[in-house]
Design a protein around this ligand. Structure first.
Ligand SMILES: [Ca+2]
Ligand SMILES: [Ca+2]
Length: 185
């Protein structure tokens, strides 16, 4: 904005003031947006902090208090669970959206295969329980149309696709295990 040479100084000052007010408003808006962004990533940051403080044996991947192994041979569900138990672990229990997001991101980056999740709906169709327990699955992420009343499909994998959503499959199918054990701090 150029200062005019005419005698309309005060009009010019008003314009400057108006410009300053608008800039301040924009700054306020940006601060609000930035605060909301900060809140939405706070959960992930806390998980990352825990990841930093989670220790795992060599070959295991640490995240948010747990250690994971992504097996590289195709096994049926029971064999996959046994594979994990030989390490003192189990097929992964996905406890939260954050854990799910971590697993999906890892699979997409490193390990593009259908991969077992440690839940079944053998008793009541569509009621998923952590394998070997009477505990309801705390979190699920099924592809639309999956996870419901499919009597023959009582086991679940991350489907190898861009979204890595969960699909129910035959337990006799052979896919990759994801094992989980608690990390140490
Ligand atoms: Ca878990
Ligand atoms: Ca089923």
């Amino acid at each position: 904005m150029t200062e005019p040479s005419c005698g309309c100084r005060s009009e010019f000052e008003y314009k400057v003031l108006d410009r300053i007010i608008k800039l301040e408003q924009r700054q306020d808006q940006q601060e609000t947006e930035s605060r909301s962004r900060d809140n939405s990533i706070a959960g992930l940051q806390s998980a990352i902090q825990t990841e930093i403080h989670t220790s795992c044996k060599d070959g295991w991947v640490a995240f948010d208090g747990s250690c994971y192994v992504f097996g590289d041979s195709d096994l049926d569900f029971v064999s996959a669970e046994l594979y994990c138990r030989q390490y003192g672990g189990q097929l992964v229990h996905v406890n939260s959206a954050v854990e799910n997001a971590f697993l999906k991101a890892f699979l997409l980056k490193h390990h593009k295969q259908h991969s077992w999740i440690g839940i079944q709906d053998t008793e009541v169709e569509g009621i998923w329980k952590l394998f070997g327990t009477n505990t309801l699955a705390p979190f699920t992420d099924f592809r639309p149309g999956d996870g419901g009343d499919h009597a023959t499909e009582d086991c679940v994998v991350f489907q190898n696709s861009a979204t890595m959503l969960w699909i129910d499959v035959l337990c006799e199918s052979r896919y990759r295990p994801i094992c989980e054990i608690p990390g140490f701090k």
